[in-house]
Design a protein around this ligand. Structure first.
Ligand code: PEP
Ligand code: MN
Length: 264
């Protein structure tokens, strides 16, 4: 895969994704930024556990309009504060074309969520007006690989070649897991494209007890990295607590991932 540099050395510790990268990139943090205290505590803990990118949603695409929708701009400010304190570059979701510049002012990677994978005006906006920030494009809820790659093409064609793909599971017939993790897509994508691939075991399973195993499986499949939802108190999370792991569990996953790439 081609290499993508994430983060600007003036604001954080830059990270390389893809290319000759030696270690998997570990993006970790809460599903949603909930408060200053929650975010800073989580950011320090994931850094300590070995994460190299901080995740956190400020604008949340929730299924119900009555669920917590995120802190918005205040969430972006808190992410920038957490970056300044920890040195971790930040990834956060942008949901609408009108918000691309403001999110790009704070984020080091722009996340396009699964529900927006085929929001073509949004894809063009992050390609054209994302201030050159890399874009992580999550696979749509039931998107084929061809649809996903064509969506990536929209971003590239609009002027931004730095696209990262994220497999987060697809809809299946079986409600036992939140989604169905399509791990074969990782080696397949490596045949079809030069874009780096990140696996999201949190949204793929929806169950924290399955996350460590599927994280290892993602690394075994050849992913350039993982994105993991971490919360200091998962049971009290405002969003996706059922699939959130603790910082201590993250530490084990990071350790295992590093050991695995040494023998691969
Ligand atoms: C998220 O990363 O919290 C998220 C909303 O993921 P997805 O778009 O994959 O559902
Ligand atoms: Mn989530």
């Amino acid at each position: 895969p081609s290499s993508i540099v994430v983060g600007d050395a003036r604001h954080c510790d830059p990270v390389v994704i893809g290319g000759e990268q030696a270690m998997p990139v570990i993006m970790a943090g809460p599903c949603a930024v909930e408060s200053r205290e929650q975010l800073l505590e989580t950011a320090r803990a994931v850094k300590e556990a070995g994460a190299t990118v901080l995740r956190g949603g400020a604008f949340k695409p929730r299924t119900s309009p009555y669920q917590f929708q995120g802190l918005g701009i205040e969430g972006l400010r808190l992410l920038a504060e957490a970056r300044q304190e920890t040195g971790l570059p930040v990834i956060t979701e942008v949901m609408e074309p009108e918000m691309v510049e403001v999110v790009a002012d704070y984020a080091d990677i722009l996340q396009i969520g699964a529900r927006n994978m085929q929001n073509f005006p949004l894809l063009q906006a992050v390609g054209r007006r994302g201030r050159g920030k890399p874009v992580m494009l999550k696979r749509g809820l039931s998107a084929t690989i061809d649809e996903w790659l064509l969506a990536a093409e929209y971003i590239v064609a609009a002027g931004n070649p730095n696209v990262i793909l994220c497999e987060r599971g697809v809809r299946s017939f079986d409600p036992q897991t939140r989604n169905l993790l399509d791990l074969a897509c990782v080696p397949l994508l490596h045949e079809l494209t030069h874009l780096p691939v990140i696996v999201d075991p949190s949204h793929a399973t929806g169950r924290r007890e399955l996350v460590p195993t599927m994280a290892r499986a993602g690394i075994a499949a050849g992913a350039e990295g993982l994105i993991l939802e971490v919360h200091p108190d998962p049971n009290s999370a405002l969003c996706d607590g059922r699939q959130s792991i603790t910082p201590a569990e993250l530490r084990t996953i990071v350790h295992e991932a590093r050991l695995m790439v040494q023998i691969m």
